[in-house]
Design a protein around this ligand. Sequence first.
Ligand code: MN3
Length: 200
Amino acid sequence: PLPYAYNALEPTIDEETMRLHHDAHHAAYVNNLNAAVEKHSELFSKSPEDLIRDLQSLPEDIRTVVRNNGGGHVNHTMFWEIMGPNGGGQPTGALAEALNRTFGGFDQFKQQLSQAAITQFGSGWGWLSMRLDGTLIVENTLNQDSPLTEGRYPIMGIDVWEHAYYLKYRNRRPEYVNAWWNVANWDAIAKRYEQARKGR
Ligand code: MN3
């Protein structure tokens, strides 16, 4: 279940988009991932994150399905978590300091991540990720590819598939991305940053 009501992110993200996005798109990724893994009981003990961290170790017949649908599940689980009805504003504490250090300030960081999301050609995501050495990077990925597969940890990501915004924003992706910051849940994002630092 979503951690809040379907209409909780209005007016930034409309209720109908949330229902379709969570109940149809995310659910399909979960069902497809389960169906793929069902044939390989040796994978039952692995978490979805483990599966997409090491795609090369997967049986070849399900590798692409897990890449797309395992990525889809992990990416969306994060996406619901890092948004919230009382979102917006700016991070504080260690995350804010790291953003200042890396990008020169919150506004510069916001600008870079927005650009990465807006300019992703076709379907994909814009990310703030942590490298293995603990430093931060803004990047984007195609389709449901995850920074986890590249050995990085996704601190936050903006979904720029058309299903994330087309009902309300139509083809105006920049408008959606600029509005998205109003629902950013900085407590949840800071928690992911702390977990990533501890698990480095
Ligand atoms: Mn999506």
